[in-house]
Design a protein around this ligand. Structure first.
Ligand code: GRF
Length: 212
């Protein structure tokens, strides 16, 4: 299964995928290409260092979301991508890309959806003074962080956490969860029944991490 990863920022989730791939821990998933909408983002350097093909699609060069998405689709198709992974990709997609890869676009979000969608998930969870925070990997639909949930990992919020400490602890879980889900999808262990998604072979509690 060819995996295309879209990034915009620091790329630590991309790095987690690269590291797992290097250790042959992604099952039949193969990182095929990394696409980015920010020309000089650190994630791109990680991809290049790993010897992965990259492409840049600058959203500022496109008139609207649909045109931007069409260019993305072209680039992903040129690399025969089967699964699109949004790993810190900070653009909302239009229907164009979702239609081109139906049921084959996933996203990692740093909160326990459906709580705290959007770009400030960690900050909002922290400000809400929740006791349990975490991250979610979900299929992407036309909403913002609203698609069917594939897997989640929880972290305890400590009394002395500030939002940066919390963010770091959540990120560490993201780095475990995302590769586990990519592998599960590539191994065809992810079964979608409407909004309900089952990860076959996951430990009780839908914990795909422990199936690795
Ligand atoms: C992660 O927290 C991810 O959940 C969110 O954006 C952040 C990306 O971090 N969507 P990185 O670029 O993978 O380091």
């Amino acid at each position: 299964m060819n995996v295309g990863v879209l990034v915009s920022g620091s790329g630590t989730n991309l790095q987690a995928l690269i590291d797992r791939s290097t250790r042959n821990e992604l099952g039949p998933a193969r990182l095929t290409v990394v696409g980015c909408n920010v020309p000089d983002c650190p994630a791109l350097s990680r991809a290049r260092l790993a010897g992965l093909p990259t492409f840049i699609v600058d959203h500022r060069d496109h008139g609207d979301r649909a045109a931007f998405d069409r260019t993305l689709v072209e680039a992903l198709r040129a690399h025969q991508v089967d699964l699109v992974v949004l790993a810190g990709f900070m653009r909302v997609l239009s229907g164009e890309l979702l239609d081109a890869f139906p049921g084959r676009v996933i996203n990692i979000h740093p909160a326990l959806l459906p709580a705290f969608p959007g770009v400030h998930g960690v900050r909002q969870a922290y400000d809400a003074a929740v006791k349990i925070a975490g991250c979610t990997v979900h299929f992407v639909d036309r909403g913002v962080d609203t698609g069917p949930i594939i897997a989640q990992a929880a972290v305890q919020v400590q009394d002395d956490d500030d939002d940066e400490a919390l963010r770091a602890r959540i990120l560490a879980e993201e780095h475990r969860l995302l590769p586990a889900v990519v592998r599960a999808i590539a191994e065809r262990r992810v079964v979608v029944e409407g909004r309900r998604v089952r990860v076959l072979g996951a430990a009780p509690g839908n914990d795909p991490l422990r199936s690795l």
